[in-house]
Design a protein around this ligand. Structure first.
Ligand SMILES: C[S@@+](CC[C@H](N)C(=O)[O-])C[C@H]1O[C@@H](n2cnc3c(N)ncnc32)[C@H](O)[C@@H]1O
Length: 427
């Protein structure tokens, strides 16, 4: 009886939320710690906020199984809910950790200034820096030599050596994240790449990189202020490394899910994230191996023969006629998302909601209606579909991949103007 009433309440609330404005184009996204680090395709904080505010009570648990830069868990906590975030990506986890850990502003700034002073001194001692660079795996060095000018390498290495001297792990995490934010920016930051924040790097031969220490200094005060504003204690938030297809959570332990999975065939997170991860103790070969575990990865491996519902199978079939390999990649994407939805259903309490934010894509000129396909998959697995609604993307703010052909007709352009919220209820 109680579940029935909860389900009815959830459905009424969801239907009314889906009718409201979910675009949020005039709302600011840069409060609290939300803008600490660039992240491709992060959603506006107002989006998880409306679902959390209206579908949970204070103290209840909100999960984002593909938490990315942590928007959902920061919002959950600001609203007095318990936030759980899971992601497979080391940089996403690092961003989440820092974004949800309060640091006193003066302590954070002092630590940053200390690091800058030490880095400035180390710059004069190139032998020490060379020894540091020599300690990196050979493959990382080759990557760094290609993407970073020699002078920038010295600056970044001297910053890292200075950060290594800090003893407090939270301060270290914070300073390393500023370090990473100096590299991963829309313009490619201090690397020789263009368009890193959109996760589609291109090498620019004649780019004059900015000074890494100056960029670090510029970001330090702003970042420290953002964290002080947070008023967070870490105990209300859990950020876990894990796979959304095998969640490290007990059955029926969650009151709401708000999440935004990778689009089919859209963003390769590792392509950009390795630009800072190669500096932060992660070997390129480990990162490449990890890359194949992301939802939407192009490495196909063994695919199960689980049948998919009609819209997904028909789309795969149409694509197969044009490009069999792309059809396999799409099938893998839907199977991965199916496994993720099985897990969402398992961990959610009965009568509660999951909001999945995802957009359509285009592959070989064929429209992939991902929101409808995922809704069908969810329904087949036992979710009730409360509705699907469109939201218009503010492309610059959501940091979708920029156009990479000059004719304005590229597939990326075609697929990134709107996305949808798929609203589900566990019976
Ligand atoms: C669109 S982003 C999420 C952005 C997030 N909503 C935000 O506001 O920052 C999708 C995320 O899914 C993560 N992801 C991809 N495959 C995953 C997997 N198998 N398990 C968990 N997370 C995964 C990616 O690392 C990425 O952080």
């Amino acid at each position: 009886m109680a579940v029935l009433a909860a389900r009815r309440r959830t459905r009424d609330e969801l239907v009314s939320l889906l009718k409201g404005d979910l675009d949020f184009h005039t709302a600011s996204s840069s409060y609290a710690s939300h803008s600490l680090h660039a992240f491709a395709a992060k959603f506006p904080p107002q989006l998880p906020r409306v679902f959390i505010e209206n579908l949970t009570l204070p103290g209840e648990t909100v999960l984002d199984p593909m938490v990315g830069s942590g928007t959902t868990v920061v919002e959950a906590h600001l609203l007095g809910r318990r936030g759980i975030g899971v992601d497979i990506d080391p940089l996403a986890l690092h961003i989440c950790r820092v974004k949800t850990t309060r640091l006193a502003q003066d302590i954070a700034i002092q630590a940053g200034e200390r690091a800058l002073r030490r880095a400035g001194q180390t710059l004069g001692r190139q032998g020490r820096i060379r020894r540091f660079l020599d300690r990196l795996p050979e493959e990382n060095k080759t990557f760094i030599d290609y993407w970073f000018a020699p002078r920038t390498q010295l600056e970044l290495a001297s910053l890292l050596l200075a950060i290594e001297n800090e003893e407090d792990p939270q301060i270290k995490d914070f300073l390393q994240l500023i370090f990473s934010s100096v590299i991963i920016t829309k313009s490619g930051g201090v690397s020789l790449a263009r368009d890193l924040a959109h996760s589609r790097p291109h090498r620019v031969e004649h780019k004059l990189p900015k000074n890494a220490l100056d960029q670090f200094r510029l970001r330090l005060v702003k970042s420290a202020k953002a964290l002080e504003e947070l008023h967070l204690q870490h105990d209300g938030i859990e950020v876990k490394r894990g796979d959304c297809r095998d969640l490290p959570l007990p059955d029926e332990s969650v009151h709401l899910i708000v999440t935004s999975p990778p689009y089919a065939n859209a963003i390769d997170y590792m392509r950009a994230h390795k630009f800072s991860l190669v500096w932060l103790n992660q070997s390129l070969s480990f990162l490449s191996q990890l890359r194949s575990e992301y939802i939407g990865a192009e490495k196909i491996g063994h695919l199960t023969d689980v049948p998919l519902p009609s819209r997904a199978s028909a789309t795969i079939e149409t694509l197969e006629a044009k490009d069999p390999r792309k059809a396999l990649i799409l099938r893998k994407y839907f199977l991965d998302m199916r496994a993720a939805i099985v897990e969402m259903l398992r961990v959610l309490q009965p009568g509660r909601a999951a909001a999945i934010v995802v957009g359509p894509s285009t592959m070989r000129d064929i429209r992939i209606d991902t929101p409808v396909c995922l809704a069908e998959i969810a329904e087949e697995l036992g979710f009730q579909v409360a509705g699907i609604t469109e939201r218009k993307l503010d492309r610059n703010r959501r940091m979708m991949p920029a156009r990479f052909h000059n004719n304005g007709q590229s597939m990326i352009e075609q697929r990134m103007h709107e996305e949808h919220v798929v609203a589900l209820i566990k019976p």
